[in-house]
Structure formats: structure tokens, C-alpha cells
Design a protein around this ligand. Structure first.
Ligand SMILES: NC(=O)c1ccc[n+]([C@@H]2O[C@H](COP(=O)([O-])OP(=O)(O)OC[C@H]3O[C@@H](n4cnc5c(N)ncnc54)[C@H](OP(=O)(O)O)[C@@H]3O)[C@@H](O)[C@H]2O)c1
Length: 262
């Protein structure tokens, strides 16, 4: 039987207290990984309690570190704590990020810097710190989280889209410079069911109608789930994907195949 088997591997996943990162952590744990996760939330917050409960239900070990991933000291702390607990890092999923949505003219330097520090520089910094561990057994995998905004965008999503586009370049550089011991792949999700996207629907006078309008624009007639992103991530991290590196994959339910004015 063909199956994804990550039994005994250690996955470091950033941003596990919510949304996509939590879904990825759950599926990687289901495939057999111990998970070292992080976020800015406290250990006793609802999101982190859910993270621990989720990994426990999947039957593997979980570690959580409260930190700011843009801080180099915090990145070092995260890597050191992961090694202290699990003695290795096989898979890095650099997922933590937030929407920084502004106009190109209105965007302040502070917004630009915050966005670049979190949505771009932190991915590079953490990857570099994990590199010595990932390459140890010659089969390390880095998955960087970008977005469909790296392919096309809409007015007012600047400078988020700039950082997410640059991640595709980061994926290429790490793949060609750090291969063959480490494979580096990008995931560019489209519209995923997350608390943030629900908040966006809720900002409309008729949230349900807006949600249905968005669903109708997807050939699969649904939004993506965090678990679906996790499943793709588990495949990319597995030895079923050993010919895959240096590329970013769109996972958007066919949304981008449909012309905007259809
Ligand atoms: N949702 C989508 O439809 C979608 C689509 C395309 C791409 N993405 C990408 O997917 C990733 C996750 O997004 P999401 O929708 O799941 O967002 P989310 O629900 O807001 O989760 C973001 C996660 O990142 C963590 N985080 C944020 N800032 C951090 C910091 N400075 N240091 C450490 N952790 C930090 C958050 O921790 P706390 O909650 O503890 O602060 C949280 O765990 C992002 O890179 C995003 O760009 C999402």
C-alpha cells in the first residue's frame, strides 16, 4: 500500500496556535511526526491548548514555544529547544505570517518593515538556523508558506504580496544552494477556512452571501481546509516527493483557472 510515512521524524512548524499551521501540525503528527510548534500566544491560550490536544490525539509528542519569530534570539531559542527535546529536526515548515494589507501609496515604512521582517526575513533566518540539523541525514525538507498573492494580487494587498512573491525566490535559492541534502518547496494556498478569513466574511453586511459568492468562484465549489494544506505538506515532506524541490505549488481549488470577469 502506498502511504505517507513520517514516523519518528521531527517537524518544526511555526504558527501552530491558529489556522493553517495548526492543520499542518495535525496532519504531520498523523503521519508520525513529533511537532515543535510556536506562536506569539501564551501556553494557556485557547489556540495553544487546542494544539497540544490535537497532537496528543494523533499520538505523537508536542512542544510549544511562545516567541516572536522575527527575533533572531527567539529563532535560536526555538531551534535549541527543539533539539533539546527531540534531538533532531527533519522537516521545517516556516508558516507563521500575517496579512499586511495596505495600498502601495498609503503603506508606511513601519508597515513595510514589519511585513518584510515577518513575511520574508524570518523564513530565511529560521531556515539558516535549521540547516545544520536538516542536512545531517541528507533528507531534510524545508516548506515555506507563501500565498496565491505571489502569483497575482488585488489592489490594497500591498506589501504582503511583495514578500510572498519574494518567498518564491527564496525557495529557489535554498533549493539550488542547499540541495541535495535539503529539498526546499513553497506552498501557495488560496482561500483557506481560517479564523482570519471568517473575520473577513463577517466584515460584510451579509457574511453568508459573501461566503457563498467566494465559494462559487472556486471550481471545486468549496474553500480549502487547513488539513488539505497539511496533506499536501506531508506529501512534499515525504519520500514520495524526492524529485520535488525549488518550486512553489499553488493549492487554490482551481480559483486561478477562472478569469476574473467571468
Ligand atoms: N488563510 C489563508 O487563506 C491563507 C492563504 C494564503 C496564505 N496563507 C498563509 O498561511 C500562513 C498562516 O496563515 P493563517 O491564515 O493560518 O493565519 P492565522 O490563523 O492568523 O495564524 C497565524 C499563525 O502565525 C503565528 N504568528 C504570527 N505572527 C507571529 C510572530 N511574530 N511570531 C511567531 N508566530 C507568529 C500566529 O501565532 P499567534 O496566533 O499565537 O499570534 C498563528 O499561529 C501565513 O503565512 C499566511 O500568509 C494563508
Amino acid at each position: 500500500m502506498l502511504a505517507i510515512n513520517l514516523k519518528g521524524k521531527t517537524a518544526l512548524v511555526t504558527g501552530v496556535s491558529s489556522g493553517v499551521g495548526l492543520g499542518i501540525a495535525k496532519i504531520l503528527a498523523r503521519a508520525g511526526c513529533n511537532i515543535s510548534g510556536c506562536g506569539t500566544s501564551a501556553e494557556n491560550s485557547e489556540g495553544v491548548v487546542t494544539f497540544f490536544k490535537t497532537i496528543k490525539e494523533e499520538g505523537t509528542q508536542a512542544l510549544y514555544t511562545k516567541l516572536d519569530i522575527t527575533s533572531k534570539l527567539d529563532q535560536e531559542l526555538l531551534v535549541n529547544k527543539t533539539i533539546a527535546a527531540f534531538e533532531k529536526i527533519d522537516i521545517l515548515v516556516s508558516n507563521a505570517g500575517v496579512n499586511v494589507f495596505e495600498g502601495a501609496e498609503r503603506c508606511s515604512e513601519k508597515q513595510w518593515d514589519f511585513n518584510m521582517d515577518l513575511n520574508l526575513k524570518a523564513h530565511w533566518g529560521l531556515s539558516r538556523l535549521c540547516k545544520p540539523y536538516l542536512e545531517l541525514n541528507g533528507t531534510g525538507v524545508i516548506v515555506l508558506m507563501t500565498s496565491n498573492h505571489s502569483n497575482y494580487t488585488i489592489p490594497g494587498c500591498f506589501p504582503y504580496n511583495v514578500a510572498k512573491t519574494a518567498i518564491k525566490g527564496l525557495v529557489q535559492s535554498l533549493a539550488i544552494e542547499w540541495g541535495p541534502k535539503i529539498r526546499t518547496v513553497g506552498i501557495a494556498p488560496g482561500f483557506i477556512e481560517t479564523p482570519g478569513n471568517q473575520k473577513w466574511f463577517d466584515s460584510f453586511p451579509d457574511a453568508e452571501a459573501e461566503r457563498q459568492k467566494t465559494i462559487d468562484l472556486h471550481p471545486v465549489k468549496k474553500l480549502g481546509t487547513t488539513e488539505e494544506v497539511g496533506q499536501f505538506c506531508a506529501f512534499l515532506a515525504s519520500d514520495l516527493a524526492t524529485f520535488i524541490t525549488g518550486t512553489t505549488y499553488l493549492i487554490d481549488g482551481g480559483r486561478s483557472a477562472l478569469m476574473q470577469d467571468t
